[in-house]
Write a protein of this length. Structure first.
Length: 239
């Protein structure tokens, strides 16, 4: 199953380089169809997202606003570590059902409300967005949606600031989540092998995505991601 795995990783990295997030959402929408378990797919997703976000955050480091990021990360660290340890050892069938429902609900939110809701830039809102990202990241490796909804609102007039904050948050958050998964015994040789091999196509996806970002509508890419989310959620439930 190397071909679908690498193709999925390439597409996820391309999507995130254009829209600022979406790698975790995209790959975890498809991984359940050819991965041995949901937990292994999530662990690989964490490592992939950490790698590509680190590269993008370094390039945009001058635009990072730590006043927004630090409270969000504190909220993320608390909920993410709790969820990872509580979910360790849960049956894969339960994982898949909850994942399917989460995919459908998140896609519905982004299609219906993402452009209509504006969130104020405040420390409590930053903590809440980070905490919700920690929950979704801990369960499914999809920490992007809550923090993206917050950052899109507070950085609406500065796309580079939005991208910089998103990539730094995702890099730091996925690094922390990966450490927690190691401590919880959820990272094995299968996960490390797949992650190591994926790095070539992931970096290629980032490079091509950044070259084409000016020619492609980020909003159009996001709609494709949300459609994949909804379709995958339905298919997983039907399985």
């Amino acid at each position: 199953m190397w071909l679908p795995f690498l193709a999925t990783c390439f597409a996820g990295s391309f999507i995130q380089s254009v829209s600022g997030f979406g790698c975790g959402i995209f790959v975890n929408s498809l991984f359940p169809f050819f991965m041995p378990s949901v937990s292994e797919g999530v662990a690989i997703s964490n490592l992939i997202s950490m790698s590509l976000s680190s590269v993008m955050a370094f390039k945009l480091r001058s635009r990072i606003d730590f006043r927004l990021i630090i409270p969000a990360l504190l909220g993320y660290f608390v909920t993410n570590s709790a969820v990872i340890f509580l979910s360790a050892g849960q049956p894969d069938s339960l994982y898949k059902k909850v994942l399917a429902v989460a995919l459908i609900l998140m896609s519905a939110y982004f299609f219906l409300f993402n452009d209509k809701i504006r969130i104020r830039a405040s420390t409590p809102n930053s903590v809440i967005a980070g905490a919700l990202s920690g929950i979704l990241g801990g369960l499914f490796g999809m920490s992007g949606p809550p923090i993206a909804a917050f950052m899109i609102s507070v950085c609406a007039d500065d796309s580079q600031k939005y991208l910089a904050n998103m990539q730094f948050f995702l890099a730091a958050g996925n690094f922390y989540a990966s450490v927690m998964r190691v401590l919880a015994g959820l990272v094995n040789s299968y996960v490390l092998t797949r992650w190591s091999v994926s790095l070539i196509v992931v970096m290629t996806g980032v490079y091509i995505g950044q070259k084409m970002s000016k020619r492609i509508s980020a909003q159009g890419v996001r709609k494709i991601v949300y459609s994949v989310m909804a379709g995958s959620g339905v298919l997983i439930l039907l399985q």
